[in-house]
Write a protein that binds this ligand. Structure first.
Ligand SMILES: Cc1cc2nc3c(=O)[nH]c(=O)nc-3n(C[C@H](O)[C@H](O)[C@H](O)COP(=O)(O)OP(=O)(O)OC[C@H]3O[C@@H](n4cnc5c(N)ncnc54)[C@H](O)[C@@H]3O)c2cc1C
Length: 433
C-alpha cells in the first residue's frame, strides 16, 4: 500500500487524485489536505458566481472524494499546522496543489492607497473566501478602473456592472450582492497595456457583455488594426476580436458603461487618503509586440482600482521557490525526492480548469513510476491524525463538509443554490463544534 498526500483540494488536486486511483486501484491511500474546511479551491472561491455551469465541475471531484481510498483533511494548513518535511516522513509522495492565491503586486506609486485592491481579494470578497470576506471595497464613486486584459478582468467588470436581477441563480454572497446593488459605479474602465489583438479574453465571456441589462461595453475603433488583419488570428482570438469590434455599434443607452481602454499603462494612483484617480500613460507596440510608454498621460477618475495582473504561489518553508515566476521551482512537476507539484503551484496562474487535468495525470505517472504499488510501510493518514491530535488541530472530513454544504443550502436566498459561510468560525460552528 502506498500513501500519498495531496496538499490543496482545487482542480489540480482532484485531477491528480483521480489519476492516482486509475493507476494504483486499491493500492493507494490518498489524503487531500486543505487549509480551509471547504474543498474545491477556486471552483468555489474564484470562478464567477454567475457562472454556475462552470462551477458544476465540482461534481466530478465529488465522485473522486467519495471513493474509499481518498480522504479530505480540511482545516489543516501545510506550513502553519504541519511541515512539508513532516509530511514526507509520513507519506511515500507529497504533491503540492496549493494554487496561486496571492495577487501579483501592482508596483506603481500610490498602489497602497485605500481603494486599490487585487483581484484575489476582490473576487474572494464576492465569492465568500474567508481571507477576504471583510474587504468592503469602496463602490461609492462613479468610476472604477479594472487593470488587466484577461478573463479575470472581464469577470470583475461584469460583476460590477450587473443588476441584482442578473445575479438570480448565482451563489454570490449576500453581503456583496447588497453592496453591489447600492453601488454608485457607472463607468468601469478596463485597461490593457497592449491592443485588441493582444487580449487574453475568451469569446464566450466577452460576448456576454453585449447582453447586460443595465450596462453596455464601449470600444474606440481607432485602437484596432485594419479589419483584414483579424484573418491572421487563431479562430478563438478572431471571435473575441469580432465581439470587441461589434461593441462599437451597440446603442449607448444604458446606465453603465464598460469602457475598454487599450494601449493604456497605469503609472500612478493619486488621491487624498484614498484613490481618486489613476494616472495612465498611452503606449504603443514595438515590432515584437511589447508595449512601451509614449510619454502622453491622462487621468481616469475612479474610487476603486482592481488590479487583475496575475497571481503568485505563496512559498512554503523548505520548498524550493522560483521567485521570478511566483511558483515552486520544479522540473515538469518534480520538486525533489518524493515531492511534486501540480496545477497553478507548478505552472503559474495560466490556463483553464481543464488544463490542470493533463498536468495532474502527468505527475501521477511520475509518482507511480517512483513508488510502485507493492511496497511502502509509511504511516500515512494514521500518522497524520496522531500528529494533528497532539497539536490540537481538529480536521474537517468530507462528510463534515457535506454538512456545511447542506447548512449553506438551507440558508440560501430564493433561487440561489447556497449562501456561503464566509469565515472558518462560521463553517466550524455549522458542525456544532
Ligand atoms: C477569478 C478567477 C476566475 C476563474 N474562472 C475560470 C473559469 O471560468 N473557467 C476556467 O476554466 N478557469 C477559471 N479559472 C482558473 C481555474 O480556477 C484554475 O485553473 C484552477 O482553479 C487552478 O487549480 P489549482 O488546483 O492549481 O488551484 P486552486 O483552485 O487555487 O486550489 C488550491 C487549493 O489549495 C489550498 N491551499 C493553498 N495553500 C495551502 C496550504 N498551505 N495548505 C493546505 N492547503 C492549501 C487552497 O485552499 C485551495 O483549496 C479562474 C481563476 C480565477 C482566479
Amino acid at each position: 500500500m502506498r500513501h500519498v498526500a495531496i496538499v490543496g483540494s482545487g482542480p489540480a488536486g482532484y485531477y491528480t487524485a483521480e489519476a492516482l486511483q486509475k493507476l494504483y486501484g486499491d493500492e493507494v491511500q490518498i489524503d487531500m489536505i486543505d487549509r480551509l474546511p471547504v474543498p474545491y479551491g477556486l471552483i468555489r472561491s474564484g470562478v464567477a458566481p454567475d457562472h454556475q455551469s462552470i462551477k458544476a465541475v465540482y461534481k466530478r471531484y465529488e465522485k473522486v472524494a467519495l471513493t474509499p481510498n481518498v480522504r479530505f483533511v480540511g482545516n489543516v494548513g501545510i506550513g502553519p499546522d504541519v511541515g512539508v518535511e513532516e509530511l514526507k516522513e509520513l507519506y511515500d509522495a507529497v504533491i503540492l496543489a496549493t494554487g496561486a492565491p496571492n495577487d501579483r503586486p501592482l508596483d506603481i506609486p500610490g498602489a497602497d492607497l485605500a481603494g486599490v485592491v487585487g483581484s484575489a481579494a476582490f473576487v474572494g470578497w464576492y465569492n465568500g473566501h474567508p481571507d477576504f470576506a471583510g474587504l468592503d471595497p469602496p463602490l461609492d464613486s462613479a468610476g472604477a478602473a479594472v487593470i488587466g486584459n484577461g478573463n479575470v478582468a472581464l469577470d470583475v467588470a461584469r460583476i460590477l456592472a450587473k443588476t441584482r436581477a442578473e445575479f438570480a441563480g448565482s451563489d454570490i454572497v449576500g453581503r456583496a450582492l447588497e453592496a453591489l446593488e447600492a453601488s454608485a459605479i457607472r463607468t468601469i474602465h478596463v485597461l490593457g497595456r497592449r491592443g485588441p489583438h493582444q487580449i487574453a479574453m475568451t469569446p464566450k465571456e466577452l460576448g456576454e457583455l453585449a447582453h447586460l441589462e443595465a450596462a453596455v461595453p464601449r470600444v474606440d475603433l481607432a485602437d484596432f488594426p485594419p479589419e483584414a488583419d483579424d484573418a491572421l488570428l487563431e479562430p478563438g482570438m478572431r471571435k473575441s476580436v469580432t465581439h470587441l469590434r461589434d461593441f462599437a455599434s451597440l446603442p449607448g443607452d444604458k446606465a453603465k458603461v464598460i469602457d475598454f481602454d487599450f494601449f493604456a499603462m497605469p503609472v500612478r494612483v493619486e488621491g487624498e487618503g484614498r484613490v481618486e484617480r489613476l494616472i495612465v500613460e498611452r503606449t504603443r507596440l514595438t515590432e515584437d509586440l511589447r508595449s512601451v510608454g509614449t510619454g502622453e498621460t491622462y487621468a481616469v477618475e475612479c474610487g476603486l482600482v482592481v488590479s487583475c495582473i496575475g497571481y503568485q504561489t505563496p512559498p512554503i518553508e523548505g520548498v524550493p521557490y522560483e521567485h521570478g515566476r511566483g511558483r515552486f521551482a520544479n522540473a515538469e512537476g518534480v520538486i525533489g525526492d518524493g515531492l511534486y507539484c501540480v496545477g497553478w503551484a507548478r505552472r503559474g496562474p495560466t490556463g483553464t480548469i481543464g488544463t490542470n487535468r493533463p498536468d495532474g495525470f502527468e505527475v501521477a505517472d511520475k509518482v507511480f513510476a517512483a513508488f510502485p504499488p507493492k511496497g511502502g510501510g509509511k504511516a500515512g493518514g494514521a500518522g497524520l491524525d496522531t500528529l494533528l491530535h497532539a497539536r490540537g488541530v481538529e480536521p474537517v472530513a468530507f462528510r463534515d463538509w457535506q454538512r456545511i454544504e447542506a447548512a449553506e443550502a438551507a440558508r440560501a436566498r430564493e433561487g440561489s443554490p447556497r449562501e456561503k459561510f464566509t469565515s472558518i468560525a462560521e463553517m466550524i460552528a455549522a458542525l456544532g463544534r
